[in-house]
Each structure stands twice: as C-alpha cells, then as structure tokens.
Design a protein around this ligand. Structure first.
Ligand code: SF4
Ligand code: SF4
Length: 206
C-alpha cells in the first residue's frame, strides 16, 4: 500500500494499512511544504482616532463669556482705603516702659505719620509691641500712655471706639481704637474723662 503527499510529493509505502496511516500522520506533521503553506493570520490592528488634545468647548458667545468671567469664589475684592493696614501690632520692640501722660497737644508738628491701621493714621515713633505711637487724626489717643480703663468708650455718645488687643504693651494690653472716627461729634467727653489725659480731640480744621 502507498501514500503520496499532495504537498511535497513524498511517496510512503507499507504493506500494513495501520502502519501506513501512522506514517502519514508523522509525515503530515513534519512536512515542510505543508508547514510553509499554513498562513498565520495577521491580527487586525484597529486604529482608533486619536483623542482630541482639547476638550470640546462650546463657542457660543454666552458660553465664552462664562468661561472668561471669574466665578464668584474667584473674584478678588479690592480693599477699600478704609481697610488699609500698614502697621503690625507685633514685632521686636519689647524694651519699653509705661509712658506718663498727658498727650503732647503739639504732636502733629513734632511727629510723622508712620503708617495706617484699618484707615486710621498712626504717628510715630512706632516699634511694636512696646511702642505704638499716637493714633487718629481728629480723635487722637496716645496708645503709649493709655491704661485701658475704658472711660472714653463709656463716655462716647456715638460709639467711635472699640477695643483693640495690643498684647505685650507695657501700659495696657488693649486700647480704644477710634475705628469710627468719622462719626465724632466733638463733644469732648472722652478727652475730659481720660485719667492719664492721653486723649486729644481735634476739630477738622485743626
Ligand atoms: S469727642 Fe465725643 S463723640 Fe468724639 S470720640 Fe470723644 S466722646 Fe466720642
Ligand atoms: S479713657 Fe484714656 S486711659 Fe482710659 S481707655 Fe480711654 S484713652 Fe485709655
């Protein structure tokens, strides 16, 4: 009995049919022509469109305006001049003692404005926290003399003052801050009740 490979033409001969079948199986597994004819399928590579580098953005005028406008949280409030603060209440000025009154009524011609605190002028010398100078323009208080008994705050009929913490100051660790100085009606009450006489009221023309 015989078998001829249809791929390479090899002739296989054997008298036993079972043995010939085994020979055919071995040959078919080893036949180089058959193996070359087996075409390995090439995997298909699907090319996806490249993702856009920029997210899709609506270009309607309304949408563009919204994108360019800051959100309410992003908006930055411009501080008004009344909030201006250039003097710190802390620093290295710790070697000062309590100053005796009264306030110098001529201080405006002797001292210079060294800074502002929430819109209120501060006349030097200033060296916080031990030396704080004289505060105010019309309602003026020498903070280096003030002992914080609160008489001026109680006397003021229009609530010009509020307490300001001044830690580590040798005379007192809080002061009557004339935050509503513009409301002063020049009644002179605060100046008259101050025990160490550290308050001086100036009319607007002074
Ligand atoms: S003068 Fe009168 S109104 Fe003005 S701060 Fe002193 S107490 Fe207040
Ligand atoms: S009355 Fe004079 S000492 Fe008393 S808190 Fe006012 S400024 Fe200071």
């Amino acid at each position: 009995m015989e078998y001829i490979c249809e791929s390479c033409g090899t002739l296989l001969i054997h008298s036993n049919e079972v043995t010939l079948d085994s020979m055919k199986d071995v040959h078919n597994q080893l036949c180089s022509v058959k193996r070359q004819n087996i075409v390995t399928p090439v995997p298909q590579v699907t090319q996806r469109p490249a993702p856009s580098a920029q997210p899709s953005v609506s270009t309607t005028p309304q949408a563009q305006t919204a994108l360019n406008s800051p959100s309410p949280q992003q908006s930055t409030a411009t501080p008004s001049s009344g909030d201006q603060t250039t003097i710190s209440l802390t620093g290295s000025g710790t070697s000062y003692s309590k100053v005796e009154g009264p306030i110098d009524p001529e201080f405006k011609s002797k001292r210079q404005v060294k800074g502002m605190y929430q819109g209120i002028k501060i006349w030097g010398p200033v060296d916080p926290p031990g030396q704080l100078g004289i505060w105010g323009t019309e309602v003026t208080v020498d903070f280096d003399i003030c002992v914080a008994d609160g008489a001026c705050i109680e006397a003021c009929p229009v609530n010009v003052f509020e307490w300001l913490d001044t830690p580590s100051h040798p005379a007192s660790e809080k002061k009557p801050f004339m935050i509503r100085e513009k409301d002063c009606i020049f009644c002179m009450a605060c100046e008259n009740v101050c025990p160490p006489q550290c308050v001086k009221i100036f009319q607007k023309s002074q």
